[in-house]
Ligand binder design. Sequence first.
Ligand code: NAP
Length: 491
Amino acid sequence: MSNELQPKVVIVIFGATGDLAKRKLFPSIYRLYQSGKISKNFAVVGLARRPWTDEVLRENVTKSINEAISPEEDLEEFTSHFYYQPFDVTDESSYNGLHMLINDLEGTYQTEGNRVFYLAMAPDFFGTIANKLKEYGLKESAGWSRLVIEKPFGRDLESAKVLNKELRAAFDEQQIYRIDHYLGKEMVQNIEVIRFANGIFEHLWNNRFISNIQITSSETLGVEERARYYDHSGAARDMVQNHILQMVALLAMEPPISLTTEEIRSEKIKVLRALRNMDPEQVGDFFVRGQYDSGDMKGEAVQGYRDEAEELATSNTETFVAGKLLIDNYRFAGVPIYIRTGKRMAEKSTKIVIEFKDIPMNLYFKKDNDRHPNLLIINIQPNEGITLCLNAKKSGNGALSEPIQLAYNHNAVSGINTPEAYEKLLYDCMVGDATNFTHWDEVALSWEFVDTILDVWSKNTADFPNYKSGSMGPDAADELLAKDGFHWWSI
Ligand code: NAP
């Protein structure tokens, strides 16, 4: 591995005692180290209020890696790069101490002044931290400084603007890396390659040949311990504004003229600009919200959302959203993109189905019900791969057709070595590649779209609960497609 690709860096994790650091960040840093993507010239500073020591942090890092990966080697050399400082982000006196620690580590590990500040904390603190980092000179160094921000980025356009203004007062747009971990997923990154590296798809990828697109991101879990966070968010903010609209942009964008961050972003932004904003009175025709009731998950009785915690007893928060999106551009005008996402659904799966228009005349079936359009299915998780549904001759006499599937399963090829989304994104950030991070313009356009829906919903009490745990959401989500003559594919 060349030095160029092995960043030298001090990674500062705000919120190092939290869930994200434990489950995602520590294992990801280890895998980058193990695969040689980061050299020995790195150090990690963990910050949080708990009175941990370097040793306690190192024990926790070891534990989290053992739980996530079960490495064969001894982790002592790796964890010796980790340092902990008790730190309250609201306490001014903490920042000078941090500055001194970083300067020391830069000397010890020869990291050339490169710094990543990873904010794995509640978003309320993002603005404060960014500004203190500037005020106390922590972002000034001989190398580069980058700020990584977790979701959610605001709770509507107005709050996102306020947050962005605070961040931009301290860091330039090019220094801000807004994480959308879906953009680190192998098959989400593959959308662009499948489309633009295959003539058989790209030539057909337009309103003449595609009848509709369906994006489903379903979870089997309920809100678990995240009730308070989730109730202030809901499915539209948690999933649609970010992950789902990012997938829509990748599915509908024009081929970029080159693979630079700017060119790809510019094409994605054009899609979000072409996304048809609804009038408030149309929201009911285009969007469905749901909240899960009690039900049965694989033989086990589970409670409804409103029974999950005392404060949810009268909650009007949606745990499910389905919608019909229209892109008003030359390529996609008239092609509905249906989306649905929710909790406590029948299966855990994220997938995209491209349904192609049927041929004008088809002699190879008996009844209309036997007709099967060609589908391209992009499986994002938990399975990773693509399936192409074609029609072929039924074996035996006669010339009737039956649907067949050509499947490519990515997990089977890469197995356990498929890098985790966070691992890829952390690396991209360290090498200065912002392609798979969200630009402010994308955030703003996405909020603008979602705000219209949320605003209408906030003014009416929903008839919740309206779908059973273990189902695929409310009936209205099926009707949304049925009125256009389609149905959700569950292949
Ligand atoms: P979490 O488990 O609640 O952790 C929050 C961290 O912040 C803890 O380490 C806490 O440690 C620290 N903290 C709180 N107040 C502090 C203060 N005043 N000064 C210094 N440290 C303070 O949260 P999380 O689940 O890791 O989530 C972190 C961020 O990632 C959030 O923005 C979340 O939305 C986002 N995110 C998380 C996940 C996930 O899977 N967990 C997924 C996507 C996005 P002390 O109590 O010791 O101070």
